[in-house]
Design a protein around this ligand. Structure first.
Ligand SMILES: Nc1nc2c(ncn2[C@@H]2O[C@H](COP(=O)(O)OP(=O)(O)OP(=O)(O)O)[C@@H](O)[C@H]2O)c(=O)[nH]1
Length: 395
C-alpha cells in the first residue's frame, strides 16, 4: 500500500517539474519574436506589408491591451546631428504669406462667384451656375444649396448690387460657412507633469511624415522641447525621413531598427522617453493605412490605447490630401470612429482648386481644419485661419 502512495507522489512531483519547464520554454520563445509587443488577433504578421489582411468592415470593438514593454531594437536618433541647426520661421501669418499659392488654384471659385453675382441680371441659369461652381470646389451638396439659398435672399433685398457690396456680402457668407467659431488651437502644452501627445494618422502618401516634420519646426520656433516617435514601422525609409526632419532643428527621434516592429511599442517607448526627458510635446508619426483594412485600423486603435497607459493623447491629427476631394471624407469618417480625431491637416492645397473641401469636412465631421499644407518646402505648413483663407480665395 505504501508503495502505491510513493508511486503517486513521484508522478505528482514529476508532473510539476515538467509543467514549470514548459512555462519557462514558452516565455523565452515568445520574447524572440520580431514584434516586441503583444499581438492582437488582427495584427499584421511580422514584416507583412500594409494592407495584407483580408479587408472588409472595420470592427470597432474595444480590445484589451496587455502591455509588454519593448526590450529590443529601439534607438534614439539624436536631434543635433545637423552641422548647423536651422532656425524655422514662426508660424503666425504664414497663410497670409502663402496666400498666392492658395489663390492661384482656388480663386477660380472666388472670382467665379463674384463675377456671377455681379451679373446684370441674376436669373435661374446664373443661380445654377453659382451652385455648380460651389459643387466643383468640393464644398459639398448640402452646404452649397444652403449658401445659394442665403445668397438668393440677400441679393433680393440688396437692390443695386455694387461690386464692393457684392464682395462684402460674399465674404461674410463664406466666412460664416467656413465657421470662425471652431477652436483651431493645437493641444501642444504640457499637461501637469506630462508632455502633450500628438498622434498623426491618415492613409498612404497624404503627407503625414512631412507634416510631423513641418510641425516640429513650428513648435521649435515656439521654443518648445519636442520628441518624435517613428511608429511608421512598415516603410523602412519613413523613420529615417522623420529623423532627418527632426535633426534639422535639433529634435530627437525614437525609432526601431527592427523591420516591422510593433508600432504600439515604438509609440509607447517614445512617450515614455518624452516623459522621462520632460519634453513639452511628443509627436507620433504612424504608417499610412487604408481605412477599409480591419487589421490596420485595429492596430491604430491599439497604438492610441497603449500610449494612453502613460499619458492622454490630447491631439489626434488626421492628415488628408486635398486633391483627393470627396474620397477624403470617407477616410475621415472611418478614422474618426477608431481614434477620435481632434483636428484635420489638409495637405497639398497648393495643387488643387478644390479648397471647398475644408467646408465639407468640417460639416460632416464637426472637426476643425487646424493646419493646411501649401507646398513641399519646410515652412509650407500654415495654421488655418478662416478670414485669411476666404480673402485668399476672393482676391
Ligand atoms: N505640393 C505639396 N506636396 C506635399 C504637401 N505635403 C506633403 N507633400 C508631399 O507628399 C509626398 C508624401 O509625403 P509623406 O510625408 O511621405 O507622406 P506619408 O503620408 O507620410 O506617406 P506614407 O508614410 O507612405 O503613408 C511627399 O512628396 C511630400 O513632399 C503639400 O502641402 N503640398
Amino acid at each position: 500500500m505504501n508503495d502505491i502512495w510513493l508511486l503517486i507522489l513521484y508522478i505528482v512531483v514529476g508532473l510539476a517539474v515538467i509543467g514549470s519547464l514548459l512555462a519557462v520554454f514558452i516565455k523565452t520563445s515568445r520574447s524572440r519574436g520580431n514584434y516586441s509587443g503583444p499581438r492582437d488577433a488582427n495584427d499584421p504578421a511580422p514584416g507583412a506589408a500594409p494592407g495584407a489582411d483580408a479587408g472588409g468592415a472595420v470592427d470597432l470593438a474595444e480590445r484589451p491591451v496587455v502591455l509588454d514593454v519593448p526590450d529590443e531594437g529601439l534607438v534614439v536618433l539624436p536631434g543635433g546631428d545637423a552641422p548647423v541647426l536651422e532656425q524655422p520661421e514662426p508660424a503666425a501669418g504664414r497663410l497670409q504669406r502663402l496666400r498666392a499659392r492658395l489663390s492661384k488654384s482656388n480663386n477660380a471659385l472666388g472670382k467665379g462667384l463674384l463675377a456671377l453675382l455681379a451679373s446684370d441680371k441674376i436669373d435661374e441659369a446664373v443661380w445654377e451656375e453659382i451652385e455648380e461652381t460651389l459643387l466643383l470646389a468640393d464644398i459639398g451638396t448640402e452646404p452649397s444649396l444652403e449658401l445659394v439659398e442665403i445668397l438668393r435672399e440677400r441679393v433680393k433685398i440688396m437692390g443695386s448690387r455694387k461690386p464692393d457690396e457684392v464682395r462684402a456680402m460674399l465674404r461674410e457668407e463664406l466666412v460664416k460657412l467656413v465657421d470662425p467659431g471652431m477652436d483651431r488651437s493645437l493641444a501642444v502644452s504640457r499637461q501637469g507633469e506630462l508632455p502633450a501627445i500628438v498622434l498623426v494618422v491618415g492613409v498612404n502618401g497624404v503627407g503625414k511624415t512631412t507634416t510631423v516634420g513641418k510641425l516640429a519646426r513650428v513648435l521649435v520656433a515656439e521654443d518648445k522641447d519636442v520628441l518624435l516617435g517613428a511608429a511608421d514601422t512598415f516603410r523602412a525609409a519613413a523613420a529615417e525621413q522623420l529623423a532627418t526632419w527632426g535633426a534639422r532643428v535639433g529634435v530627437p527621434t525614437i525609432k526601431s531598427d527592427v523591420d516591422g516592429a510593433d508600432p504600439a511599442s515604438v509609440a509607447f517607448e517614445a512617450v515614455k522617453t518624452g516623459i522621462e526627458q520632460e519634453v513639452d510635446v511628443v509627436m507620433v508619426d504612424t504608417a499610412g493605412r487604408l481605412q477599409n483594412k480591419v487589421g490596420l485600423m485595429d492596430e491604430l486603435g491599439k497604438v492610441k490605447r497603449v500610449i494612453e497607459k502613460l499619458a492622454a493623447v490630447g491631439e489626434v491629427l488626421l492628415v488628408l490630401d486635398a486633391t483627393t476631394g470627396q474620397n477624403g471624407l470617407n477616410q475621415a469618417k472611418v478614422f474618426a470612429e477608431v481614434v477620435d480625431i481632434t483636428g484635420i491637416v489638409l495637405t497639398k492645397l497648393d495643387g488643387t482648386a478644390k479648397g471647398g473641401i475644408v467646408v465639407a469636412i468640417q460639416k460632416s465631421l464637426g472637426v476643425p481644419v487646424k493646419l493646411v499644407g501649401l507646398g513641399e518646402g519646410a515652412d509650407d505648413l500654415a495654421p488655418f485661419d478662416v478670414e485669411q483663407f476666404v480673402d485668399a480665395i476672393l482676391n
